[in-house]
Design a protein around this ligand. Sequence first.
Ligand code: SF4
Length: 125
Amino acid sequence: MSYRCRWPKRALKQYPTIGDPCAQKILLFTGTAPILALDSNGLRGLVRLGYTDEKKNYGATYRAAQEALAGQTGTDCAWLVEVHQLLRRHGQELCRRTEPACRVCPLLRNCDFGQVATGASQPAS
Ligand code: SF4
């Protein structure tokens, strides 16, 4: 996160139930800061696609996914909102927490998780 959005993020987090992911979404959706904010559906897809491993907790996994994409996401808030929404929808409709629809997912060819889930390849030992 850039220097220019530290203050608003800190201010937002003073409200109950607003943590980093929520504060980042507010900053992104208001066009205040070009952050690739993620929701849990989007994060799950990125983990399964191999952008990061599951870490010791949600916050660590969230930060690791953002770091993996740092420098590749640009600074256009409108585009980042679209990315957020597409990742969210992908996680809700295809890359579901249980019973992901890997067989019809357009990303299957590039997804080790999906390859194993569909039996197209064996898990790495
Ligand atoms: S192939 Fe399966 S696990 Fe991989 S991104 Fe698609 S739905 Fe998710």
